[in-house]
Unconditional design. Sequence first.
Length: 313
Amino acid sequence: MKKKNVAVLGAGKMGLGIAQLFATKGHEVKVIYVYDDKERVDAPAVIRENLGVLVKNDVLTQKDADEAAQRVGFVDTIEEVADFADIVFEGIIENLEIKQDYFKKMDEIFPVHTILATNTSAISVTQIAEKSVHKERIIGTHYWNPAYLVPLVEVIRTKYVSEETVTATYELLQDAGKKPVIVKKDVPGFLANRMQHALFREALSIIEHDIADPADVDDAIKYGFGMRLGICAPVEVMDMGGLDLTYSIHEYLFPHIENSTTPSKLLTENIEKGNLGFKSGKGLMEWSKEDVKKANEELTEGLIKVAKALGRL
């Protein structure tokens, strides 16, 4: 595929991850600063640091990393990339009205052939497109953090999006080494977050009802079915074991599984106490600064090892 010119709106963690991804695949990239991006983060340094981790883990050569860094430029306004971008990936604050206004502005500025994609993880893509005229070129592309490591990108259809936009977006992501999946309906949580937070709800319920401690809940996943999920996921597991067996388990188990439709009381109580997790040093577990640093490093390096082992990097 011919390399595209990629613009990224926002220099937050996800925006810079997306920019880095496409730069390493040979695309020219422009990051558009918004709000206080320039004051809040040294964006070029973040990308260089992330690339350095890939070099350290033998994913890239130093030459590849240097060339990728040189492909990323930074601008202050959308207008500066109006004649540059074939596609724009938006990665700004999760606020519907702000996103709608930015997409309306981009819809007015960019040529109609430019695809406008949102990385929202929660807001309806259809609603984000509401204030725009050319709604057929607006699509959801939900990356997973770190965007340059996790292969999955959810490609979310809206009731307005054209088949041409869906196909072009899917093929671009595939060419960049991602694993795009089509979400046929623009529903809350899209696809993967619906499944992930169903798991979170049950994990919180187990802790709240004193069935197991938080660390053991995590270990049960890390050292149990979590190891298998990247190779053999739920649909395949059900077919492998037999749908009749799955039915029998569900008939017995489902009455005992958490089915609440409001956030966990355990979450509410911890938030009221100021226990927010990494950012406060305590959440459901205690986290020192050293613990936080170690956890973040282990996540990045662990993902690299897993992706290498499974041939996904």
